[in-house]
Design a protein around this ligand. Structure first.
Ligand code: ADP
Ligand code: MG
Length: 415
């Protein structure tokens, strides 16, 4: 996003600068075309005037000016019909140049339809109590893991205690104050990663650590539930999206040099997912700011980098990327607001399509600019040599504009 934004200003400034100089040049050329031939070459004033009129027509850069907007608008329309919403043409152009792409794990590479598979109590805590406390706190969160915990409590028909002060700790978990009964004692409940408990200086017993490790080795995301001590571990299975593997393969085929995972989840779980999807670059256990730092490092290494994410914890990374891409299913407005591109249908296979379309658009722009410049150059030379009558000049000028537009419109049907 940064690059796109800072890139827009110089481009516009250059176009304005070039437009001004070009117009002054053409007017000066036309004036000279009226004045010089009669004085130096004994050509009569009327044919000299006629030639300068032809020059004004053939030199106007309509085809040149329409080259980029026509291609970009056609591509934006095509992308929107496939459910890929670009928030501006510059993002499309940048997407066509990406070298590296980093994915968030939970909710992006995974379906986001996670399910609770196991609940292991610690030190004799009660399974139903663990789940109902966790679900009560998670009810206020939009995280895919939260949905899984709430669904599991509903399936077991558990009644949830009232919770106050629900707080989301991005990339770590959630907390809230639960009240037992109307006049019972209130307790602060934490649901989240090992790191969340470490930050609160709550001791994680060896037994809980072993259980966590066991689940993580199975590729499950395991979260701790606790008060001032750990009550239990909830294991959540969150399988990869069906389209993920093919989408990553396609991205590699169309030239993404580096594809990686940036996740707040544990290294073991992230590695298990990476093995399934054939990804080798995995950075796990990252807080939101650490994800952004990882993206900045990727940009230093590769130049143009896209980041795909779905959660509030991805917002800083999306903002740091050259192009930030949000999953349309993202339930958080900040993510949709921060992203430059939104995959409305939540379908990862749209991503390689969007990159191919963006590359095609960039090629179309180069074709258009080259064609427009060559036609203008030929018509100018012909006019100076007196070989281009005004009607031919008009046909050449309008015809080239039309051809540039038609070439751009082909993007509307890009497969
Ligand atoms: P990702 O980067 O893969 O999308 P997150 O950064 O959202 O993952 O979450 C990182 C870790 O923080 C999770 O694996 C989990 O341990 C914990 N976590 C985050 N949000 C929640 C939540 N709502 N409930 C429980 N745990 C959570
Ligand atoms: Mg996520």
């Amino acid at each position: 996003m940064e690059q796109a934004q800072s890139g827009r200003v110089p481009t516009n400034t250059f176009v304005a600068w070039f437009g001004q100089r070009y117009t002054i040049g053409v007017l000066a050329g036309a004036t000279l075309a009226v004045v010089i031939p009669p004085t130096l070459m004994q050509i009569d004033w009327s044919s000299s005037f006629y030639r300068s009129l032809t020059l004004l027509v053939v030199a106007s850069p309509c085809a040149l000016i329409i080259s980029t907007p026509a291609a970009v608008l056609s591509a934006l329309g095509r992308a929107a019909r496939r459910g890929v919403l670009f928030k501006g043409g510059s993002h499309l152009i940048t997407l066509g140049k990406i070298r590296a792409i980093a994915f968030d794990k939970t909710g992006t590479l995974t379906e986001g339809k996670a399910t609770v598979t196991d609940i292991d109590p610690i030190d004799g805590a009660n399974v139903s109590e663990i789940l109902s406390l966790a679900a009560a706190v998670e009810a206020g969160s939009t995280h895919p893991l939260a949905q899984a915990v709430v669904d599991a409590a509903h399936r077991r028909n558990l009644s949830l205690p009232a919770v106050k002060d629900s707080t989301t700790h991005a990339g770590l978990g959630v907390s809230g104050v639960a009240q037992d009964g109307s006049s019972g004692p209130s307790r602060r409940i934490l649901v989240g990663s090992r790191r969340l408990f470490a930050e609160r200086q709550i001791d994680v017993p060896n037994r809980a650590d072993e259980i966590l490790k066991g689940f993580e080795e199975q590729g499950k995301t395991a979260v701790l539930v606790g008060t001032d001590r750990v009550l239990g571990v909830i294991a959540i299975a969150d399988p990869p999206r069906r389209t993920a593997k093919a989408a990553l393969r396609d991205l590699r085929q169309i030239g993404a040099r580096s594809i990686g995972i940036l996740t707040g989840d544990n290294q073991r779980v992230a590695q298990a997912m990476a093995r399934q999807l054939g990804i080798d670059d995995v950075q796990a256990g990252l807080l939101p700011e650490e994800k952004a730092d990882a993206v900045a490092a990727l940009r230093r290494a590769h130049g143009t980098v896209a980041v795909v994410g779905d959660g509030i914890n991805d917002a800083p990374a999306l903002a740091t990327a050259s192009v930030g891409i949000a999953m349309g299913g993202a339930k958080n407005d900040v993510v949709l607001e921060t992203a430059d591109v939104v995959l409305m249908s939540d379908d990862l296979s749209c991503l390689p399509y969007a990159v191919r379309l963006a590359k095609r658009t960039n090629r179309t722009i180069v074709e258009n600019l080259t064609f427009a410049l060559v036609v203008i150059a030929l018509l100018l030379v012909g006019t100076f040599l007196g070989r281009i009558p005004l009607p031919v000049g008009v046909i050449g000028h309008e015809g080239s504009t039309l051809l540039v537009v038609l070439n751009s419109l082909r993007l509307l049907w890009y497969k």
